[in-house]
Design a protein around this ligand. Structure first.
Ligand SMILES: Nc1ncnc2c1ncn2[C@@H]1O[C@H](COP(=O)(O)OP(=O)(O)OP(=O)(O)O)[C@@H](O)[C@H]1O
Ligand SMILES: [Mg+2]
Length: 462
């Protein structure tokens, strides 16, 4: 793993563990920690969902975590803001020790600095799109005029201009997820966490949304951690990808590194169907020119993928000159191009990665499902809805039939160490905005690393 320099990464994770079950902390450091998941569960009743995970995410990077169902992706991403309390390890966001944060600091972190986009959108059905997007701002106490103004700006950023006054059910799945995206962006966070946000969408809309994330990333430049179990999505979005297996990270690398040099058979198996021509760059396959080779062939940047170099190779029999920063990096001939995508050059695949046993996946699916529900679905009560007057803020899921949170947390196997919070958590401690129409409320400022940072600017202005 590449060296971590304290303070330079947007997110730093070192030696992180999450073990669900009784006396979980005693397992770390004991020989039981080495047991494979099924044996650990049989022996101790514990599940090691995240095992000794270390990685860092650079500011502005899109970091993808991928792995099969049950490999620990959701647990890992929820540990980052301690929605799930880690069992051990170090965790820093922008250099600040997240594990040392007080409840108040954590709340600040989740409200202002880190936003999450969920698989099932988690929109409030009885609120207009504009009010869903402004939800996080409302929790922060931002006045109605200001949050509507901001919500409208962000809605146009995600291509939903004109839908401000619609209700979620009037939108397609893809549009609803755009609202989810807009809601996450509205608080102008430093970091966006995505937990399989597009897996409920059909393939075409999914492709649109992936393009949308790429575009948004280009425009707003946020640090993003994106969870998926879809390799093509991972390759499309990720600047670097961490591959998880049984709670551990088996390899972190660029798409090219994973495809061109998989660390083991598990990774090789993951990437074996990847069209190498779409991933491997000219830099990866270039070589020093032979003494007699002509050096007046077409010139292409080193980061051109093989697929995109084909027209140049077709147009000239001379080797492609591969350049970076004006310097010749090497050459690539037609033979090199073809050789790089030949099946024989693919990594040898030994065995398919083990699927979770059926009973286990059933079990976790159920608990994950309910947990997700609890974490994702803010309730009207949570926001202190206008309809109800909202004088007394009610805890999320605290009342009425629309209260999935409480029920779901109770169903969770080890619910006691899982803090399920909807996007605008902790409303019982903070009065929801009641200054409707009050435009004079000053924008809140938050402090980061000692500097005051205005949180009311649009992402595009950040
Ligand atoms: N609250 C919990 N109590 C006990 N075990 C849990 C809990 N939450 C998750 N697990 C277990 O931890 C492991 C990792 O689960 P996690 O939800 O992080 O996987 P995932 O990679 O996100 O899977 P998926 O792709 O299906 O969402 C699974 O074995 C799961 O059963
Ligand atoms: Mg998951």
């Amino acid at each position: 793993m590449r060296g971590i320099r304290v303070g330079t990464a947007a997110i730093e994770v070192r030696g992180l563990w999450k073990i669900f079950g009784p006396k979980a902390d005693r397992i770390i450091g004991s020989p039981d920690a080495e047991l494979e998941p099924a044996r650990l569960r049989a022996k101790t009743g514990c599940t090691a969902a995240v095992r000794d995970v270390s990685f860092e995410v650079r500011p502005g990077e899109v970091f993808v975590v991928m792995g099969l169902s049950g490999s620990g992706k959701s647990t890992l991403v929820r540990c980052l803001t301690r929605l799930i309390e880690p069992t051990a390890g170090e965790l820093r966001i922008d250099g600040q020790d997240v594990r040392a944060m007080s409840a108040r600091q954590l709340r600040e972190l989740r409200r202002h600095r880190v936003s999450m986009v969920f698989q099932h959108f988690g929109l409030l059905p009885h609120r207009k799109v504009v009010d869903n997007v402004g939800y996080g701002l409302e929790i922060q106490g931002v006045g109605k005029t200001e949050r509507h103004e901001k919500a409208r700006r962000i809605l146009s950023l995600v291509g939903l201009e004109g839908h401000e006054d619609s209700y979620p059910e009037q939108l397609s799945g893809g549009m609803q997820q755009r609202v989810g995206l807009a809601r996450a962006l509205a608080v102008d966070p430093e970091v966006l966490l995505f937990d399989e946000p597009f897996s409920a969408l059909d393939p075409l809309i999914r492709r649109d949304m992936q393009a949308e994330v790429i575009r948004l990333h280009r425009e707003v430049g946020k640090t993003m951690v994106f969870i998926t179990h879809d390799l093509s999505e991972a390759l499309k979005l990720g600047e670097r990808i961490a591959i998880m297996r049984d709670g551990a990270i088996v390899q972190v690398g660029t798409p090219e590194e994973l495809v061109g040099a998989p660390a083991d058979d598990y990774v090789a198996d993951f990437v074996r169907d990847v069209p190498r021509a779409q991933v491997l760059s000219l830099r990866w396959i270039s070589r020093a020119p032979e003494p007699d080779e002509p050096l007046d062939g077409p010139e292409l940047p080193a980061d051109t993928v093989i697929h995109d170099a084909v027209p140049a190779a077709m147009a000239s029999a001379r080797p492609i000159r591969v350049v970076a920063d004006g310097e010749l990096v090497g050459v690539v001939s037609r033979v090199d191009l073809l050789g790089a995508v030949r099946p024989e050059t693919q990594s040898v695949v030994v065995s398919a990665p083990a699927e979770k046993p059926a009973d286990e996946s059933d079990e976790s699916d159920e608990s994950d499902e309910s947990a997700e529900k609890a974490a994702e679905e803010p309730t009207e009560e949570a926001a202190g809805s206008e309809e109800s007057g909202g004088d007394e803020p009610v805890a999320p899921g605290g009342a009425g039939e629309d209260a999935p949170a409480v029920e779901a947390v109770q169903e969770k196997p080890s619910g006691e160490d899982v803090h399920q919070e909807p996007p605008g958590e902790d409303v019982q401690e903070e009065q929801p905005a009641r200054d409707e129409g009050d435009t004079s409320a000053p924008a809140k400022a938050r402090t980061r690393g000692g500097a005051a940072v205005a949180s009311a600017s649009a992402p595009g202005e950040a």
